[in-house]
Design a protein around this ligand. Structure first.
Ligand code: ADP
Length: 405
């Protein structure tokens, strides 16, 4: 069998996975992707090839797949025959938090895993799920190379002034910082833009990652310099169910005046706010676009207004703007949202081509617009596979060198 890289992205109730074959010239070729969702509730495993051929579609009673390790067993049982009974050459994992120090992907050892466990406090809803499959594989196959790829890493080079809050330094030292997230997506977009429009890519770019989680990033000459997200993946833009930027006084009000517990506030902020809370209708932009209810329109206006506001902030961080990119579920598929954003930003030199925008074309700005606008589908899994292959090759090269020495 050809060499393969397995990518795992484990969330709170699902494990997504993709398998890439490594071609002789080290190109990565996607073989299939799948996910097991409804862990502990209605477990279902689905996987499709890159030609959309269904490889598996299986469900189980909830007791059979009650937790993440059980789900991982199902995924492994499915994968084993698919990859000819052999192990992949390496496994790449998405890990939301790399803390203050990890600025690039890292090969996981038990020491690294212990270090990553310290960041659970910084991302309690995501980090434990991200680490569970790493731990399970480490126990069963200690010699299989596993690479942790962080959502925070791409932002670690931010200047100090963008990396902190105006709070005492002791909190910064213990890790209360403006990390920024969606870094794997932004890194992929920066690379793709270099291929699609190299002149623009070397300038000052604002990228809007608009999915059920949403953030924006200022990228100057390929490097992240500012993000709308900070300490957690809650700040910045309003999202499907998270409020985005919120005066901390609101949290104090909920705590002191409404008598809500910290746990209740956490659930409220992660699950009941954002587009869902504001509209009272749905967290899904498709449903809001289709709804005649004025509250749906209001929620979408708030969304595009905030994207435009933050574009001003990010342009200020870079001293200007030379290009704008839309990506992720909403950014890639919702022409009406993109058009509303671009119209709000005409003062900055953005201008939309209605025709190109309707078709989700790669470039959607009107000819002659000062700031070109692009739609680039993101591919975080490909980025993880790319990093994992690089670590694998570096490892093989240093093992060879050691042998020679
Ligand atoms: P995530 O990976 O963060 O779960 P995605 O990037 O897949 O999210 O984006 C999911 C969101 O994209 C959905 O909640 C929905 O609001 C939006 N979306 C997907 N397709 C469309 C579409 N055709 N039009 C408008 N919004 C869409």
């Amino acid at each position: 069998m050809t060499e393969a890289i397995l990518v795992i992205n484990a969330g709170s109730s699902s494990i997504k996975f993709q398998l890439f074959a490594v071609a002789p010239d080290d190109r990565l070729v996607r073989r299939f992707k799948g996910q097991i969702e409804g862990i502990g509730t209605r477990p279902r495993l689905v996987a499709v090839t890159s030609n959309r051929e269904i490889l598996v579609d299986e469900t189980w009673p909830s007791v059979d797949v009650a937790d993440l390790p059980a789900a991982l067993d199902k995924v492994i049982a499915f994968l084993r025959p698919q990859i000819g009974g052999e192990l992949p050459a390496a496994v790449g994992h998405r890990v939301v938090h790399g803390g203050p120090h990890y600025a690039s992907p890292v090969a996981v050892t038990s020491r690294v895993l212990a270090e990553l466990e310290k960041f659970v406090a910084l991302a309690p809803l995501h980090q434990p799920n991200n680490l569970a499959p790493i731990r399970a594989v480490l126990q069963r196959r200690p010699h299989l190379l596993q690479v942790a790829c962080f959502d925070t890493a791409f932002h670690r080079g931010h200047p100090e002034v963008a990396d902190c809050y105006a709070i005492p330094q002791s909190l910064y030292a213990e890790g209360v910082r403006r990390y920024g997230f969606h870094g794997l997506s932004y890194e992929y977009i920066a690379q793709r833009l270099s291929a699609v429009a190299p002149d623009v890519a070397s300038g000052r770019i604002v990228v809007a990652h608009l999915g059920s989680g949403a953030s924006m990033c200022a990228i100057s000459n390929g490097q992240s310099v500012e993000s709308t997200m900070g300490f957690t993946a809650m700040d910045g833009l309003p999202m499907g169910t998270r409020p985005g930027q919120l005066d901390p006084g609101v949290v104090l009000y909920l705590l002191n005046e409404k008598g809500m517990s910290a746990e209740a506030i956490e659930t409220f902020l992660y699950k009941d706010c954002g587009l869902k809370g504001l509209s009272g209708i749905s967290n899904d932009v498709r449903e809001l676009l289709a709804s005649p209810d004025p509250r749906a329109q209001m929620a979408l206006d708030y969304f595009t207004y905030r994207i435009a506001l933050f574009t001003g902030m990010l342009a200020a961080a870079m001293g200007g703007i030379d290009g704008f990119v839309f990506t992720a579920g909403i950014g890639e598929n919702a022409p009406l949202i993109r058009e509303a954003v671009i119209r709000r930003l005409s003062w900055l030199g953005l201008d939309v081509s209605t025709q190109a925008n309707k078709k989700n074309a790669p470039c959607i700005s009107r000819k002659g617009a000062r700031v070109p606008c692009f739609v680039i589908p993101t591919d975080e899994e490909f980025m993880i596979a790319t990093h994992t292959l690089r670590v694998l090759r570096e490892r093989t090269a240093s093992a060879l060198e050691e042998k020679r020495a």
